[in-house]
Structures are given as structure tokens and as C-alpha cells.
Design a protein around this ligand. Sequence first.
Ligand code: SF4
Length: 335
Amino acid sequence: MTAELIDLTPYGGVEADAAWRDEVRALARERDAVLLAHNYQLPEIQDIADFTGDSLALSRIAAQSDASTIVFCGVHFMAETAKILSPEKTVLIPDERAGCSLADSITGAQLREWKAEHPGAVVVSYVNTTAEVKAETDICCTSSNAVDVVRSIPADREVLFLPDQFLGAHVKRETGRENLHIWAGECHVHAGINGPELAERAAADPDADLFIHPECGCATSALYLAGEGIVPSAQVKILSTGDMVTQAKATNAKSVLVATEIGMLHQLRKAAPGIEFRAVNDRASCRYMKMITPAALLRALREGRDEVHVDLDTAARARGAVQRMIEIGQPGGGE
Ligand code: SF4
């Protein structure tokens, strides 16, 4: 079933007030749960979480945590990645309908067909993929280590790169590799951050820094455009989550344009209240990320739902690809 056929109305009717915060904290203690929130979550979800960060950093925190339950406030593939790395823990996502259009752009069956057309090719998958696709993958990557991952592969081996076409184009240009084939997937949010809009915003505010976050797929078109010189490179700072917050505290710029999902603005404004942070595209909001509402989080903690399951064989095969990603380069920030 495609996401369009599922009712995606978020759970509602709960205010993020003091009573809600008290109940969430009490239930989390009762369940021995650690609350993790992706940077693109609603501000009230970020504020109640034990940790905020990008998907990989959060998965690592989940794996290292002593808590027996992980409540992953993010989208489904992220909770799956946490389960892959921590199969012995209970992983809950407050709303399992919170998918990802980029992860949905290729299925395990499609990848198996593509592999059959290129026998012997090395499969490199962006972390925004389902567990089933990861299980068919040789090495996973994040935006920030994709180039290093591809460079680690012998030059004479074909590479299948998926699912994001913008990140694939960036990697192909950086590595100069002709035997790299790219899957034509994209995310509906990053498709909305376009070149003319970026160039127009940068021209209207010539002294502003431009922060591009290289994690979630929504930033990869900006990454591509910067590499093409469509926006001035001196202003462009391609930064992981942790580096973005660090840079916000260090920069002399009075204003910063942020090319990523708009949830990131909350962390940046908290880190550097004196700087004006503006979204390059203030419509760049991921509806799936915003499905994790106060009501959904409360439901998760009260009812132990929705539990994320990855079968043991799939998890074991996917784990190898995720671990290879962790071994190569600096995969993502925030940790
Ligand atoms: S912003 Fe795009 S890539 Fe990120 S979770 Fe949402 S749909 Fe997926």
C-alpha cells in the first residue's frame, strides 16, 4: 500500500503543557525508556527528549543506552536502524505511519532486480532506506561520508548508488567515477529546496551564512547546487548537526540561511539567540516528521505502541552494511 492510501492524520487533542510533560517523564521512567528526538521533530518533542540529533547519532546513543526501551521520535527507517543496531531492546515509534518518501522510493525487490542487471556491483545505500533494502546493501552511507564510502571501493568495481539522485550526482562529480549508477529517487521535501530559490535568498542577503545540513535527504539538493556553484561557495557551510550548532555559536554572521527541514531552526535558535536564522524554504516541512505529536508520544508511552520489528535474518544482514558505514569516514554529526 502506498503512503497516499493511508490516513496520515496525526494523533491530536493533547496539549504540550506541564501536565503532559510530567506524565511523559513519569511513564518514561516506568518503562525504563530513553526518549530520542530527531532534529526535525516538533519543538515540544525535541524539548522533552533525553537526546536530540541526526538519525545515526541517535541510533548510536540508542545502542549505548542502558535503557531497555527506546522511544524513537522520528520516521520509521530511523527506528528500524535503532532496532538493527539494538535487536535486544524494545523500540517504539509513536506513530508507525511516519514514513519517508525517499526511503519509499526503492523496495527490496526493486533493488534485487537492479543488482541482477549489474552482477558484481557494490551496493551503496543512503541511510534513508528500509531494513529490507539495507539487508541487500554492501555499505550504507550518510550524506557526510558518501564520497569516502565510494572512494573506499576499488575503482574497477561498478557501484549502484541509491536512493537519492541528488546525493548520487554529488558523489559522482566528487569522485569522477563513470561506473557509478544512480537510482532516481528523491524526497518531496528536498525537491522543494530549489536552485533559483537558494540563489535568490543568498543574493538578497549577501552577508548571510548558508548552512546546509548533510544528513536527512532534504538537504542533498542544496548540497548539489552548492557544488555546482549556483550559490557562492564562500558563504556555503556544509555542516553536520553538531557542527551546525557549533558554527552557529562561532560565526560572526548576523543572519544565517538554513537549507534543510525547518525543524532544525529550533535547535539553532536555542544555541545562538542573537542570530537571525531563516529557512531557505519555509515550506520545507516533512509531514512524516510532524506526525510525532504530543498525543502520539503519550499513546506510545501509555500503550507501548507502535513497536518496531525487524526479523532477525534481515537485521543481521542489514547490520553489516550499517557497521561498515560507521567504520568509514565521519558518518554524520550530532554525537
Ligand atoms: S524530510 Fe524527506 S528524507 Fe527526511 S524523513 Fe522526511 S521524507 Fe524522508
